[in-house]
Write a protein that binds this ligand. Sequence first.
Ligand code: DX5
Ligand code: ZN
Length: 215
Amino acid sequence: MIKLSPSLLSANFWELKKDIELIEKNGAEYLHLDVMDGHFVPNISFGIPVIKSLRKYSSLVFDVHLMISDPLRYVNDFANAGADIITFHYESDSDTAATIKAIHDAGKKAGLSIKPKTSPEVLDKFINDLDLVLIMTVEPGFGGQKLIPETLESVKYARKLIDKTGKAIDLEVDGGIKLDNVSLLTQAGADTIVAGSSVFGAEDIGKATAEFKKF
Ligand code: DX5
Ligand code: ZN
């Protein structure tokens, strides 16, 4: 069975308490928190104070996806705000090994993400130190985009790489994932599914969560 990580980016912030309780009650394990700085990606979302505030009310695993420049500089801030998993981008300007180490030193799980056009081979060097690999299935920056089919090849590559380590490393996919294409991703080897508009944007959030959890 997959792990589901609904992305808060598509949520109605007025209804946040009710909607987060709905995903939790219907089986979501993670809450995906997309942090965008208007520099690494051309969009701005939310940051440390929002995560800190939600932490008091939810026991979901906080799966923080940093789409920011210089993530190393902010690792401790996100750790203190209550992140459980901190995922940053290989394409960012921070040193990858140093950032993974800083996340672990802060007592958190480390995730490394690649954009659709980045070769998955860049993961080789770091795989043994990671707790999660995040393959972006759209260009990061916005919710509600269409999945780029070529990214499935990167998912397959990452699956093999993870299996070779014999470790329990999450293989997460993010962007354009709906009930009607999620099986493509699980077949390619993904085990952790991010869904924004198809969960928090659904008419019935509880039902959408439960439907995803059947995969
Ligand atoms: C995009 C974000 C995603 C986004 C996914 O840059 O990283 O997590 O919220 O949204 P959907 O599922 O609507 O594509
Ligand atoms: Zn994301």
